[in-house]
Ligand binder design. Structure first.
Ligand code: NAD
Length: 487
């Protein structure tokens, strides 16, 4: 382990907490990396108090916006300078191949540079209002305008599947907006949070502005959500916990942004570039062992090319090299934990009992680590199959045939989720019609797994509330005040 990584691990174990001990496990080897104390509600109370005091003092929110921008830019540079250490920690914690982890780290640094640009561009709107029948004249004039103000103290809670990415997607706009925050990583993957916290201070963010608490969801997470001094919670995680966050936020009517689960459809037509569609549909579910919110876990294929697509995705799944960060040539990481392994295998076994056809994969790989072979499933009953209807968050894809657009769209939209959808077709009009008809927050036409810091990201239906990234991302940390001035 590099010296920076070992100092991070050591710092984690020395954190204060009142709760039970949490063990961090390397998912590729099942070996214990370290242990640390659960933060517990007292640490949350202290973090909220620090955030509240820093916000009230104006130490961050009242400095000139261009100064905040410089600090954010510096933070992006510091992340780049520590890219090796971040990638090492992310690989260790989440099992990612080093190349994938490095690519993600550079994306994370960019979040800070992107939102540095927005610091100086947070503006309201001016309105010229005239009303008939003013007190002393026939009409009254008003200069009316809106101002954008930070929410104040915000809670940022994120999952384990892309720890640093999820942290930066929240911390960068919250800082740019001028908020003070309490940040909680997933208990399974706390390592990069410790380094990020250190660099936030080094970049010049004043003490008390970004406060990390590392603990269980049911303790630390729930305490953030319930805290009366937290005005907004931005959460990424499962739909189930998202609903708890919404319920827990009800007492003080906290605002919430929720980035939740998905069961995203991929439509493949006979006129598509089939080699490309098969490759991308395969990577779109097997990358990171299917532990991506936008993974395309339901593939629908026009009947004339159905057999070819099933065979193609199965063949790719069979040949992808599974392994941990220290395994030569590994392309696909393990599942994050024993719990996640049980969940994924539970769905596969349930599917077998229901009589689905497992075309390829369908088993735990016989080695140390939480590896499940990429799994292709057909012959599912869309009305009753849990494997088909529920988010598995593993390398499991169901493939079904369709005959025409209406059938494809009806099957694709028949889900309580609405995060992402993809269509592969060279028919331009059909592609754009699908862009309109697919009921999801993000639709890819002849592309999959696309992302840009400037482009809004977020789901429809039970996949979320609100958007992240782009201007909408920073707007999620701002409230609008309207000022009326009588002229
Ligand atoms: P999770 O909902 O179990 O946990 C997410 C976070 O919430 C963790 O930090 C956890 O400690 C915390 N938490 C758990 N219970 C809590 C509670 N009662 N109160 C407050 N916080 C609580 O999710 P997970 O298993 O860590 O992550 C996988 C899920 O995340 C999947 O459903 C996936 O689709 C979703 N996800 C969505 C997006 C998106 O942008 N839409 C991105 C990544 C992951």
């Amino acid at each position: 382990m590099s010296s920076v990584a070992s100092s991070v691990v050591e710092a984690l174990t020395k954190r204060h907490g009142t709760g039970e001990t949490i063990t961090v496990v390397d998912p590729a080897t099942e070996e214990r990396i370290t242990e640390f104390p659960d933060a517990g509600p007292e640490a949350v109370n202290a973090a909220v108090a620090a955030a509240k005091a820093s916000y009230a003092s104006g130490v961050w929110t009242d400095i000139p916006a261009r100064q905040r921008a410089k600090v954010l830019w510096r933070l992006g540079d510091l992340i780049d300078e520590h890219a090796e250490a971040f990638a090492e920690l992310e690989s260790l914690d989440a099992g990612m191949p080093p190349a994938q982890a490095k690519m993600i780290v550079s994306t994370c640094a960019e979040f800070f540079r992107y939102y540095a640009g927005w610091c100086t561009k947070i503006n309201g709107t001016a309105y010229q209002v005239q009303m008939e029948g003013g007190v002393n004249s026939t009409h009254a004039n008003f200069h009316t305008y809106t101002v954008k103000e930070p929410y104040g103290v915000v809670g940022l809670i994120y999952p384990w599947n892309g720890p640093l990415f999820n942290a930066c997607a929240k911390v960068a706009p919250a800082l740019a907006a001028g908020c003070s925050s309490v940040v909680k990583p997933a208990e399974e993957t706390p390592l990069t949070a410790v380094l990020l916290e250190r660099l936030i201070a080094e970049a010049g963010v004043p003490e008390g502005v970004a406060n990390f608490v590392i603990g269980y969801g049911a303790t630390a997470g729930a305490a953030i959500t319930a805290h009366p001094d937290v005005e907004k919670v931005a959460f990424t995680g499962s739909t189930e916990v998202g609903k708890e966050i919404m319920r827990g936020s009800a007492d003080n009517l906290k605002k919430v942004t929720l980035e939740l689960g998905g069961k995203s459809p991929v439509l493949i037509y006979e006129d598509a570039d089939l080699d490309m569609a098969i490759m991308m549909a395969s990577m779109g579910i097997f990358v990171h062992s299917g532990q991506g919110c936008v993974c395309g876990s339901r593939v629908f294929v026009q009947r004339s090319v159905y057999e070819r697509v099933v065979a193609g995705i199965s063949m790719i799944g069979e040949n992808l090299v599974l392994g941990g960060p220290r395994d030569e040539g590994a392309m696909i990481s393990p599942l994050v934990s024993a719990k996640q392994l049980d969940r994924v295998m539970g769905y596969i076994e349930q599917g077998k009992r229901d009589g689905v056809e497992i075309v390829s994969g369908g088993y735990r790989v016989d080695r140390k680590g939480y590896f499940v072979k990429p799994t292709v499933v057909t012959n599912v009953d869309p009305a009753t199959s849990r494997l088909y209807r529920e988010e598995i968050f593993g390398p499991v894809v169901t493939i079904l045939p369709f005959d025409d657009d209406d059938e494809a769209v009806a099957m694709a939209n028949d889900t309580s989720y609405g995060l992402a959808a993809t269509a592969w077709t060279t028919n331009l009009a059909r592609a754009h019609n699908l862009g309109r008809r697919l009921n999801a927050g993000m639709v890819g036409l002849n592309c999959q797994l696309t992302f840009d810091h400037n482009v809004p990201f977020g789901g429809y239906k039970q996949s979320g509330v609100g958007k992240e990234f782009g201007y909408e991302g920073i707007e999620g940390y701002l409230k609008t005040k309207t000022v009326w001035a009588a002229l």
